[in-house]
Design a protein around this ligand. Structure first.
Ligand SMILES: Nc1nc2c(c(=O)[nH]1)N[C@H]1C(S)=C(S)[C@@H](COP(=O)(O)OP(=O)(O)OC[C@H]3O[C@@H](n4cnc5c(=O)[nH]c(N)nc54)[C@H](O)[C@@H]3O)O[C@H]1N2
Ligand SMILES: Nc1nc2c(c(=O)[nH]1)N[C@H]1C(S)=C(S)[C@@H](COP(=O)(O)OP(=O)(O)OC[C@H]3O[C@@H](n4cnc5c(=O)[nH]c(N)nc54)[C@H](O)[C@@H]3O)O[C@H]1N2
Ligand SMILES: [Mo]
Length: 775
């Protein structure tokens, strides 16, 4: 019996079940394997779980939908295993299904009271549904009728009132024809999850090194002498990265972790691939831990630059790679002048670190001949994020850490194909070369004016300027900041179309008319094509492009593949005789790849090379030849003023993070195991000294008020938890805290929401025994 999948849980989250235990000091280990198996079997049963676990990240198998960390180019282990990858697969391969009977027995009103945990756990969407204007329930609709409705609405709308969102799971071929569809409609309104994620990395890197992508390979990670892991929680969000860090250490490399939270995976890793990892004490990871204040990284990297230059001054030729700096960069003199002085008092205040700690890390950098900076959202989601990343680039340029073994910049991407989607043209600010190539290939004229990014889409919703919103995956309303505003806005849209695998909040806060179109996922077999089963491709965080193919029988016969859905939407919009051959592309994805080859640089011979054992690596000028495709052809040093987050009195800086048991807005379960928090999610982690100074007690129930430029937002009923985070800082979960993020609180230049830069204060809740479930 216990090998059979279990039905969806009937009851929802009850915050009264919240339990707190001390945080763990290591990541993975035997518990990781057991949890993964248990979740797989509960959702999908034993045989589907075994089948999918043997195929994940294998050649000829499917790319794990969990994250964008690359697979090894050499020998692959029998199971390229990670607990959270396994949970992502369990979530998708579930045998629970959500069809017409589900929607008939639950009204929208009832569903709007359900949590994302409850919704997602109901299972895979199994048939297309429509919610007509004024209706109380979603009803079944035939595919043909759904496409006709979409075509009619798009034709009736001015192009600038149509928006096409993409979540980063979308494969290359799908992304390519999706952007082609949007541009054929006449708009660059192509917001994507990257706008909320690594956009700051793209903005900073494009302007300084001429490419918006990382410049290292997996082998570089193994070969580095020193790796910084900044603002990232790899034990939870990129667990396979820990194996690579372990390998680096095995080769004599050193690791520095920079994070306000002492995340378990930064300290000790019990590799589930090895017997000693499962049974033994595990391997230490970080050699140095800097418990930085939220938002203090710009100050830190300015100080490191200062100390490197100080050492160079004392010992000329010992630090700066003069040949590289003179031959390949510009702006060094201005940078040197700006960094010659430092205000240590201010630096210590901004970072919360002692000068001696910063000096000790600087000496590690000085000693290293090959350093890599890895970073993720702790760096990208603040007002000054773009400056912070430019400052990290400065320090890398100084020591010539580009285009050399074991060195470079490594923004660690989130969604498994978010980088590939950009390569395929999912971008609201496309480059002219891309549009020109597209126009040439399809004999069309693409729009040139920039479209909406994610935050601008929210604003367009509010102005009631969106007639059609199409969402290729994702959960836009819950991923966005300012939850109340986006929900109100989305309800003002004319038609919302969600191409999804699972029910989610965005289906419930629909436009006036709403469609849910169920689609195949990564693990599903896609074989209803005249030329037989099709495969797709993805690009990982290190620019490796490779194929992905699901093999499991889909949960329902009514699902359509994403490229097929796009082609049929296009056909319904443009009618027969449109110059783009939509049908041929949907029938055979090789046809799409042939178009991509002619439009996107680096994809020569795409159809052949994608079938190679390890796929192929895209060109990366800084990595390949130390060349920088900036406006001057050089890498740019930049100068930014010191900036950090200084909250008003009585406030803390709140950042929002993922638990160990969620994938963005999807909750796998309620066990944030490494942090010792389970059963509930409405918690705020606060340093014990701050709790005391602010006059609160551990476990107290409060309402949280955030303030941004005098505008307050409020979230009720959170429990304060004493936790060893950096002083002055607090942490809460995404998406519960999104209601607190004002939509104008964004990073300059990239417009990425300041999800990790909130100023908050707490108000005691009267009658503190009230639980969240009763609110
Ligand atoms: N299992 C699982 N895997 C995932 C995801 C998931 O939800 N679940 N999401 C995927 C996606 S889309 C993404 S983008 C990535 C996200 O991967 P991460 O960036 O690791 O995700 P977060 O949980 O937001 O963690 C941010 C980390 O930055 C730290 N931090 C916060 N503010 C600061 C700061 O100012 N400075 C520094 N130095 N550190 C700071 C936090 O303490 C936390 O450890 O993961 C991807 N992989
Ligand atoms: N407060 C706060 N907010 C944040 C963040 C944060 O750190 N803090 N992080 C931001 C980041 S980095 C990101 S990337 C965004 C995430 O934003 P999104 O990418 O929009 O959100 P997800 O939760 O990943 O989307 C989950 C939904 O995708 C659908 N789905 C899953 N697999 C497939 C598939 O194969 N095909 C299709 N068509 N649909 C599929 C399912 O229906 C599921 O409900 O959130 C952002 N929001
Ligand atoms: Mo992300």
């Amino acid at each position: 019996m216990k090998f059979l999948a279990r039905p969806a849980p009937g009851i929802d989250i009850d915050e009264a079940n919240l339990q707190i235990a001390p945080p763990e000091e290591h990541a993975a280990g035997v518990k990781a394997v057991l949890v993964a198996l248990e979740r797989g079997v509960a959702q999908a049963g034993l045989s589907r779980t075994a089948h999918s676990m043997l195929r994940v990240n294998q050649r000829g198998g499917f790319d794990c939908p969990g994250c964008a960390w690359p697979e090894s180019q050499g020998r692959r282990k029998a199971a390229e295993f990670c607990e959270n990858g396994a949970k992502a697969i369990a979530e998708e391969t579930t045998v629970r299904s959500v069809g017409a009977d589900f929607w008939e027995s639950h009204s929208i009103k009832e569903l709007s009271g359900k949590s994302e945990y409850w919704l997602g756990n109901q299972g895979r969407l199994s048939e297309p549904m429509v919610l007509r204007e004024g209706d109380t329930h979603y009803r079944p609709i035939a595919w043909g009728e759904a496409f006709a409705l979409i075509g009619e609405r798009i034709r009736a709308a001015p192009p600038e009132r149509c928006v096409f969102y993409t979540s980063g799971r979308t494969a290359n071929e799908t992304a390519f024809i999706y952007q082609l569809f949007a541009r054929s409609v006449g708009t660059n309104n192509l917001p994507d999850c990257s706008n909320m994620c690594h956009e700051s990395s793209g903005s900073a890197m494009n302007s300084t090194i001429g490419i918006g992508k990382g410049t290292v390979s997996l082998e570089d990670i193994h070969d580095a002498e020193l790796i910084f892991v900044v603002g990232q929680n790899p034990g939870t969000n990129h667990p396979r990265m820990l194996s690579a860090l372990k390998e680096c250490k095995g080769n004599g490399g050193k690791i520095v972790a920079v994070n306000p939270l002492p995340e378990a995976g930064l300290f000790n890793f019990r590799d589930p691939q090895t017997l000693s990892g499962v049974l033994g004490d595990g391997a230490p990871i970080a050699d140095q831990y800097l418990q930085i204040k939220v938002g203090g990284d710009l100050a830190l990297f300015q100080a490191l630059g200062h100390l490197l230059l100080e050492e160079e001054h004392a010992n000329p030729g010992s630090v700066v790679d003069a040949a590289f700096v003179h031959g390949h960069t510009e702006g060094f003199e201005d940078y040197r002048r700006a960094r010659a002085v430092i205000d240590w008092k201010e630096t210590e205040k901004a970072t919360g670190l002692a000068q001696s700690e910063i000096r000790s890390v600087a000496s590690m950098l000085i000693a290293s001949k090959a350093s890599i900076f890895c970073w993720a959202l702790g760096v990208t989601q603040q007002p000054h994020s773009v400056d912070t990343i430019r400052e990290m680039v400065n320090v890398l340029l100084l020591q010539g850490n580009f285009g050399k073994k074991g060195a470079g910049a490594c923004p660690v991407r989130g969604h498994s194909n978010v980088q590939g989607d950009r390569t395929m043209g999912i971008w609201e600010k496309p480059k002219e070369e891309f549009l020109a190539a597209l126009d040439n290939e399809f004999a069309m004229v693409s729009p040139r004016n920039h479209g909406y990014d994610a935050v601008e889409t929210m604003e367009a919703f509010e102005r009631e300027e969106v007639d059609v919103f199409v969402s290729m995956g994702g959960n836009f309303s819950l991923a966005c900041p300012d939850t109340d505003a986006i929900e109100a806005g989305m309800r003002r849209a004319g038609l919302t179309v969600h191409i999804s695998t699972k029910p989610n909040r965005s289906h419930i806060v629909h436009g006036r008319t709403s469609l849910i179109l169920p689609t195949l996922g990564r693990t599903d077999k896609d074989d209803k094509h005249p030329n037989g089963a099709q495969f797709l491709s993805v690009e990982d965080s290190m620019s490796v492009v490779h194929s992905t193919q699901g093999r499991l029988r889909p949960i329902s016969d009514h699902l359509l593949a994403e490229p097929v859905i796009i082609a049929r939407m296009a056909h319904a919009t443009f009618g027969p005789g449109h110059p783009v051959g939509w049908e041929a592309m949907a029938e055979d994805y090789d046809v799409i790849r042939n178009h991509i080859e002619r439009v996107v640089p680096g994809f020569d011979n795409f159809n052949k090379r994608v079938r190679a054992r390890n796929g192929f690596v895209l060109p990366n000028p800084p990595r390949d030849s130390r060349s920088f495709r900036t406006n001057t052809g050089k890498g740019h040093f930049t100068v930014s003023p010191l900036e950090y987050l200084a909250p008003p009195d009585g406030h803390l800086v709140l950042q929002t993070v993922r638990s160990h048991d969620q994938y963005n807005t999807t909750f796998y379960g309620l066990d944030d195991r490494y942090r010792g928090i389970s059963g509930g999610r409405r918690v705020i982690l606060v340093n014990p000294e701050d709790l005391q100074e602010l006059g609160f007690t551990n476990g107290q129930l409060v309402d949280v008020i955030s303030t941004f430029q005098g505008l307050d937002r409020r979230a009720d009923n959170f429990r304060l938890i004493s936790y060893p985070t950096a002083k002055g800082c607090a942490a809460a979960y995404f998406p519960e805290a999104n209601v607190l993020v004002h939509r104008n609180n964004v990073a300059r230049e990239s417009n990425t929401p300041g999800y990790k830069a909130l100023f908050v204060r707490f108000v005691p809740r009267l009658g503190s025994d009230v639980t969240a479930s009763e609110q």
